[in-house]
Design a protein around this ligand. Structure first.
Ligand SMILES: [Zn+2]
Length: 421
């Protein structure tokens, strides 16, 4: 007797991980679809995948069964880029932006990231945990079962650790699986404004070693952009991070084309993220080194900026993943579904590419591809059921959520109320 059988799915989208690695270029179009599909789940893992006609008889005795008629079943989404541990919102700045203020102007005036830093420093660990848990639930309700999450609103030893400890605690509580990233180099905090060097030294000599010592994050990220860290500073900090034992991610070429993509390739970073203003050379080098492009179309949409050149990046052979960039400033969007729609309708990806990028490729971008990101025997049973008859509908019918059920490690962790289609 198995724990769970999902059957009668109009399309079971496995995103088959046939080459055991991220899908690149035209491989992204292959979703490994089984019509009228079924998935047998036991002890949190996928036991068998196939046609409903075969599996329904075989697993008649399943403890629980879900009839997914009229629905598609796909791997739980993996959100490759969020700033999850924060308190407070910044809709006042949003209004300023709508009236013409630039993001960098707001940042320089002590708003933006620094505004949230003040709130996060003031919050107790319990308050931060509560707020972050609410963010996690939002992600789950949009079909996300695994997410990356960055610190970067503490900007000192104590509060960066506080953010990362909150992530650890939340990950242990579940159901959302969280991959933490240290982003102490988000911006220079107010108190070091006149002495940037001193903050960089604090990061390198005190905060980064402590984060590693406590085993709170294996990735180190940096905001390499105008108003944040220069290319030279970024290289210095990331070289140090690599020496200490971190894997690297970079917020690159979002506001200005500083050469963050080239730096990511040079240092063998796992990913370069945003890439709105990435250079052709940067794309070429990323493809050569297998650096993931984590694209964040929600931020372009929210800031009313151009989108990253997704078609060029995919054609060049760079592995592409997607993220919400969920944060209280530039993109207050926790809907992975909407991110997929923007990836297609705004950024020019094909629906199949958006699904691959937000499942299997995002999983590999977080070094979790061997466990999550596709519906295959042996992988963790992380599954999202959407109330649409086929995957085209996810992009065709916009403006409302289609998530019906979300399953994490074989357990139903979210169920929406109908009707769905
Ligand atoms: Zn970000």
């Amino acid at each position: 007797m198995i724990d769970l059988l999902i059957y009668n799915a109009s399309q079971l989208i496995t995103v088959k991980d046939s080459k055991r690695g991220p899908k690149i270029g035209e491989e992204m179009l292959d979703l490994g679809i089984i019509e009228n599909g079924a998935v047998a789940i036991d002890k949190g893992k996928i036991l068998e995948v196939g046609q409903s006609s075969e599996l329904v008889g075989k697993y008649r005795e399943a403890k629980k069964k879900i009839d997914a008629s009229g629905c598609i079943v796909l791997p739980g989404f993996v959100d490759a880029h969020t700033h999850l541990p924060f308190v407070g919102t910044r809709e006042d700045e949003f209004l300023m932006r709508l009236r013409g203020a630039e993001y960098v102007e707001i940042l320089k005036a002590g708003g933006g990231i620094l505004n949230t830093v003040k709130k996060v420093r003031k919050a107790t660990k319990e308050e931060l945990l509560k707020a972050t848990k609410a963010h996690a639930l939002k992600l789950i309700s949009s079909g996300v079962t695994t997410t990356e999450a960055k610190s970067g609103y503490g900007l000192n030893l104590e509060d960066e650790i506080k953010q990362l400890e909150v992530l650890r605690e939340l990950n242990e509580q579940g159901p959302l699986e969280i991959v933490p990233t240290f982003l102490g180099a988000h911006v220079i905090p107010e108190e070091y404004k006149s002495d940037r060097r001193k903050y960089i030294e604090l990061l390198e000599n005190v905060v980064m070693p402590e984060v590693l010592k406590r085993n709170l994050a294996m990735y180190c990220d940096i905001f390499c952009d105008e108003g944040a860290f220069s290319l030279e500073e970024s290289e210095e900090i990331l070289v140090k991070a690599k020496e200490l034992g971190f894997k690297l991610r970079i917020h690159a070429d979002e506001i200005a084309s500083l050469g963050g993509a080239e730096l990511a390739a040079k240092l063998g970073a796992k990913s370069a993220e945003h890439l709105i203003k990435v250079s052709d050379r940067g794309i070429e080098l990323m493809a050569e080194r297998g650096v993931f492009a984590v694209l964040l179309p929600g931020t372009s949409f929210s800031l009313r900026k151009p989108y990253a050149p997704a078609r060029k990046i995919i054609s060049a052979g760079v592995p592409v993943a997607l993220g919400t960039d969920f944060n209280p400033g530039s993109c207050y969007c926790s809907s992975m579904e909407m991110i997929l729609q923007l990836a297609v309708l705004g950024m020019g990806m094909f629906p199949e590419e958006a699904i691959t990028a937000s499942t299997l490729n995002s999983a590999y971008a977080l070094d979790m591809g061997d466990r999550v990101g596709s519906i295959e025997v042996g992988k963790q049973a992380d599954v999202t059921i959407m109330g649409v008859p086929n995957y085209a509908f996810l992009f065709y019918e916009i403006g409302r959520t289609h998530v019906k059920s979300v399953i994490k490690r074989g357990e139903i962790v979210y169920e929406a109320q109908g009707p769905y289609y």
